[in-house]
Design a protein around this ligand. Structure first.
Ligand code: PMP
Length: 360
């Protein structure tokens, strides 16, 4: 089998070693005669996987003791509703920073809870993101932001200075670099980029923020209940948790966050340098906010877009089409994308430019 380099925004590439281990675990987990997807979520075997998974996640990200790691379902999109539902009890204000597609969606969904608290936007300018200009009201129940706008290729490498709990959608940059978890009240996202496969949603919640849910919040989605029952209120995505466990172990064995960050910085620099030095490709994101995970770029001659994608596919480079809302191209270079994959993409981009878009 030829493994292609898959630049898809998610689901996306996983480390081959993890896939090999998981394929074994799917059929016969530790010689139990059963696969992971077949045994009970109440079994001791699954309990061990879940505990190890949480422990490794905490170790990797250096998550302090006064935070809970929770696993649930519904993706990051479900949390757009569940964040206000879990945090707005007896509160009068929630604030949102809008920096692109996904934070805009979070803000719009939160408006559905506007009868409980005012839902306000503190910033709306994808091209000019200066965190110092965000007008954060210190009375707000929380400030929501998206740390990496997967569609727009915009990343926030810092957080606003505020005492208000920051709620961050980290779907597409969790585990991409070390962060100070203490700077956040809640971190959440879908697992299908840097953590594993779809069907799993992760949450990191500061303990004092548990128990602030609206009465209308379904019990199954109350973070407080999830924490009390260690993410086993109902049947969780057991296989997806197993994959996350393998992914965490994989990166820990290789050196953890310093190793991951170094690779990601190198990959992003190589690709942005290629774009900046070219006459055909360009990226308009302000340099200090260029995403290290999702590198968006456009061709000066957009009539070449389809040829670019078609020939890329012939060179085993997949998933490069930009999001339909913004067009152009996007190379998602999550943790599992090897340096060689980015080098191969760069060689291809240079050859495509040199040949003026004709076949080579
Ligand atoms: N937020 C961000 C930043 C994303 O990248 C995505 C998925 N691409 C979502 C939210 C939606 O995630 P899900 O499909 O897991 O609900």
């Amino acid at each position: 089998m030829i493994r292609v380099y898959n630049f898809s925004p998610g689901p996306s590439m996983l480390p081959l070693e993890v896939l090999q281990q998981a394929s074994q675990g799917l059929i016969n987990y530790q010689n139990s005669g059963m696969g992971v997807a077949e045994f009970s979520h109440r079994s001791a075997m699954f309990g061990d996987i879940l505990q190890a998974c949480i422990k490794n996640f905490k170790t990797l990200l250096n998550i302090p003791e006064h935070y809970h790691v929770l696993f649930t379902q519904g993706g990051a999109v479900a949390q757009n509703a569940l964040v206000p539902m879990n945090l707005l009890k007896n509160q009068s204000l929630a604030q949102y920073g809008i920096t692109g597609h996904w934070s805009q969606k979070s803000y719009e969904e939160a408006q559905r809870y506007a009868s409980f608290a005012k839902i306000e936007c503190v910033h709306q300018a994808p091209r000019d993101i200066n965190l110092a200009h965000w007008q954060v009201n210190e009375q707000a129940a929380y400030l929501h932001l998206c740390s990496n706008e997967t569609v727009d290729g915009i990343q926030l490498f810092d957080v606003p200075t505020t005492g208000v709990p920051i709620v961050a959608d980290m779907s597409s940059d969790i585990l991409s670099r070390p962060i100070k978890v203490e700077n956040y009240g809640v971190i959440y996202g879908g697992a299908q980029k840097n953590i594993g496969i779809s069907g799993l949603t992760f949450l990191i919640v500061r303990d004092d923020l548990l128990g602030r849910h609206l009465d209308i919040c379904p019990q199954i989605f109350q973070w407080e209940q999830m924490a009390k029952h260690q993410s086993l209120l109902n049947t969780p995505s057991t296989f997806a948790i197993y994959i996350a466990h393998l992914v965490f172990e994989h990166w820990l064995n290789l050196g953890g966050m310093p190793y991951i960050e170094k690779n990601n910085q190198e990959k992003a620099k190589m690709l942005y340098d290629c774009i900046d030095q070219s006459a055909l490709y360009h990226n308009d994101v302000e340099k200090s906010h260029r995403s290290h995970m999702n590198v968006v770029f456009r061709l000066a001659d957009e009539s070449l877009n389809q040829a670019f994608l078609d020939q890329a596919k012939m060179h085993q480079l997949e998933g490069l089409k930009g999001h339909k809302q913004v067009g152009g191209m996007r190379a998602s270079i999550y943790n599992a994308m090897p340096l060689e994959g980015v080098a191969k993409l760069i060689d291809y981009m240079k050859a495509f430019e040199k040949n003026g878009g004709t076949s080579f």
